[in-house]
Design a protein. Structure first.
Length: 186
């Protein structure tokens, strides 16, 4: 019998038609039958402020943390802004990984991918995301790395992935992630 996986998927972009939101949507649609990816909109999270943790996390932060604790893993799709991770994604990691109330990233398996119209894809951003996740105690899958470069040529105006190799790499990454989670025994 195949194990069921519940994955939380987040995009590091708030833009409605971002390449990374399209990749995340495609990942939810191409995941295997035993894998469910629930997406979470990071736009609801307030800017991290330790003062807001006094007496417990804000309700929207509690909801985000609950979604993470109900998941077998975290699948992040990130853009790259000026060779770094977007602020909204760092903000989410800071809330989820804060030790003030409850660090829900500790021992949570995580995988990172991303898309960009540039030649290097999101290599710099992914490195920063992985570093922050590791610092928070996440178990971060290092390989396979999926850097989707020239995303404007691989994602159509309707948001569909038009490049077969890119689709295959995203699907393979998801398969590797669930196998990796299973091997970790989460």
């Amino acid at each position: 019998m195949t194990r069921q996986f519940n994955i939380l998927g987040i995009s590091g972009s708030l833009r409605r038609n971002s390449f990374n939101r399209h990749i995340l949507k495609a990942a939810t649609e191409m995941s295997e039958d035993h894998v469910t990816i629930h997406t979470y909109d990071l736009s609801v999270l307030p800017l991290f402020n330790g003062d807001l943790e006094t007496g417990g996390d804000p309700e929207v932060v509690n909801a985000f943390k609950h979604a993470l604790t109900e998941s077998d893993g975290l699948f992040i799709v990130t853009p790259e802004y000026h060779q770094g991770m977007p602020g909204v994604l760092k903000n989410a990691i800071d809330w989820a990984g804060s030790d003030a109330n409850h660090n829900v990233l500790k021992n949570l398996p995580a995988a990172v991918t991303g898309a960009s119209p540039t030649m290097l894809g999101t290599a710099f951003s992914q490195q920063q995301v992985k570093q922050s996740l590791t610092a928070a105690g996440s178990l971060v899958m290092q390989k396979p790395s999926v850097f989707i470069s020239f995303a404007n040529q691989k994602i159509g105006e309707n948001g569909d992935i038009t490049d077969e190799d890119t689709s295959a790499r995203v699907k393979s990454s998801l398969r590797s992630f669930t196998k990796w989670i299973d091997d970790k025994g989460k």
